[in-house]
Design a protein around this ligand. Sequence first.
Ligand code: ZN
Length: 302
Amino acid sequence: MALVSMKRLMNHAIANKYAVGYFEAWNMDSILAVVDAAEKTDSPVIIGFGGQFIGSKKRTVKENIYHYGSLGKSIAENTKVPVALLLNEAHEIPMLINGLKAGFNAIMYEDHSISLKEFIEINKYLVRTAHYCGADVEAEIGELPNADISTDSISQGKMTDPEEAAYFVEETGIDALAVAVGNVHLLENKKSDLDFDLIKALRKKVKVPLVLHGGTGISPENLKEAINLGMCKVNVGTVMKRAFLKSVQLYLKDHEVDRMDPHDIIGKGGELDMLSGAREAIAEEVVRFMKIFGCVNKAHLI
Ligand SMILES: [Zn+2]
């Protein structure tokens, strides 16, 4: 099936009371794992990459957004289920514009250091540009806290104010709004408490689809309730990297790799392939979330 718009996937999710997942990949194996899961379960899906990681100043090797866009677009176009391609949470506007040129059909800008006025102006520009290219724009009002597993701490965030959110959506014309309702980025070892009254208030005030980031750190029950109350897209990332790491860790513990043919470990795709095993481990986690989101067996209906 072809690349389809994120808006179309979200609207189908709203109409059929489920949520579509955005599963954030970082390379070819991880993005293919997401597609494996979607095809296996007949789920519509949003694939893509994190702009803040690809564009990070700390990278020792600079990345080219065109490589990621071309890869994602080609995968989306050659997959059995409907797929949208998101460049998520990029901190640089040129990267988002180049992302659109490279084939992403949804973009999201993130910068919590600027004023609301500036944030509105930037998003107005992005909406004009993206819509001209047939792409969608997501933005976040409020700020999700970040969990830090090394210190077991959570940073200060800011819950989304429904009035401010409605005003922002009206002013900018964005297509989807990410909200902070108790959800936390990067949270793994505990679960966040969601403010369901705030979700209800937001659903009433805000006219575009609502998005819940920080899916890894939310219990299945709370995810289901949030979706029930109108969240139609959920972002998941951390759990995929954890699944990859656990799988590789286990492999290295169980195998004497120095005595093995490296081609068996990497690249042949057989029983002994460590990266194939890790790809399957990621896909398993993605399937688990797809079942919670209720998007399984929905792809053929779109
Ligand atoms: Zn996020």
